[in-house]
Design a protein around this ligand. Structure first.
Ligand SMILES: Nc1ncnc2c1ncn2[C@@H]1O[C@H](COP(=O)(O)OP(=O)(O)OP(=O)(O)O)[C@@H](O)[C@H]1O
Ligand SMILES: [Mg+2]
Length: 316
């Protein structure tokens, strides 16, 4: 495929396959290859390239960098850095994540969204499969702009296609209303709900029913599904899941501030806890007993002082 040697299939989504590959300098990359049905379609391709170009201008440590968009015969592909893990795989492998890990991921994904939103770009497809992890545990968001290319194509051509699943769809998205960055915060709320409890807030095999649930139903409290979740983190998740965008965080930046503040307080509590524990485990300090001779000497001095005072007063 172009200058790349394809090694293995990592996964597939609605309109593409993702392969692990190497470039000619043997650097590992992930190759996203459009399914042939879309590769041959000029409309789709140009939208796809257009959005990839917009997305490739988003340079941020928590956004996947597109390295190259190319063509091999009829096949359109793009190359990006290859990541060893994703939130979807972690959940499948280890179950719900510890809260400290979730806070870090939430702050990093929120930071990526704030950066994109400030530049007028909405992700539209935040979900566990689109959050990848670097080897150092840092989270990176992938597929910026792709959802826009797909939905633009669908409305321009009338082709009935839906990206991903409707499990993360915001109420305004489900109703075809205009979107802003707060729609991504809703999808991030669904993502964090799943990462914290292991389950999606709404489940149904009927996609229309799912969309209705996102518009009308109140999600079950995360702590009802997993009591280990803290009250404050539960509040953060539920605020993202508010039906009306005005009831969510006003911006991704505001969300990040809240999550960071919670992370800092949690760290302080941990440190405070550590001090208390270490005090408890240390042997008690030896009790200092005052030697008897010191007590006697003290008594003699007091008596002498009182006697001196009596003498002085008597002379007056
Ligand atoms: N750069 C990458 N490094 C490692 N894994 C990746 C990379 N990009 C994508 N993946 C993984 O490959 C799989 C397929 O990704 P893809 O984006 O095609 O589908 P998706 O995100 O599951 O759904 P959608 O069709 O909505 O995009 C996902 O499981 C994703 O986590
Ligand atoms: Mg994806």
């Amino acid at each position: 495929m172009g200058p790349y040697t394809v090694e293995r299939l990592i996964g597939q989504g609605g309109f593409a396959w993702v392969f692990a590959a190497r470039n000619d300098t043997t650097q590992p990359v992930a190759l996203k290859i459009l399914r042939p049905r879309y590769s041959g379609d000029k409309q789709f391709e140009s939208r796809f390239r257009n959005e990839s170009n917009v997305a490739s201008e988003l340079r941020h440590p928590n956004i996947v960098q597109i390295l190259d968009v190319g063509q091999d015969g009829d096949i359109t592909y793009f190359a990006m850095d290859l990541y060893p893990d994703s939130l979807a795989s972690r959940l499948q492998r280890d179950g719900p994540l510890p809260e400290a890990d979730l806070l870090r991921t939430a702050a990093e994904v929120g930071g990526a969204l704030a950066f994109a939103h400030e530049r007028g770009i909405i992700h539209r497809d935040i979900k566990v499969d689109n959050i990848l992890y670097r080897a150092d545990g840092g989270a990176v968001v992938t597929d910026f702009g792709i959802a826009r290319a797909v939905s633009g194509y669908a409305s321009a051509t009338g082709v009935n296609m839906m990206i991903g699943t409707p499990h993360y769809v915001s109420p305004e998205q489900a109703q075809g209303r205009p979107l802003d960055g707060r729609s991504d915060l809703y999808a991030l709320g669904v993502t964090l709900y799943k990462a914290a409890t292991g389950e999606l807030p709404f489940r149904s095999t009927d996609w229309f029913e799912l969309a209705r649930m996102h518009v009308e139903d109140t999600p079950e409290a995360p702590r009802a599904r997993r009591p280990e979740i803290s009250r404050r983190f539960e509040r953060i998740i539920l605020k993202c899941l508010a039906k009306h965008p005005d009831d969510r965080y006003a911006s991704a930046a505001e969300f990040v501030n809240e999550v960071r503040d919670m992370g800092n307080k949690a760290k302080k509590t941990e440190q405070f806890g550590a001090i208390v524990i270490s005090e408890k485990t240390q042997p008690p300090p030896p009790v200092r007993r005052t030697p008897v001779w010191m007590l006697l000497a003290g008594a003699v001095i007091v008596v002498a002082l009182v006697a001196a005072a009596v003498v002085v007063l008597a002379k007056r």
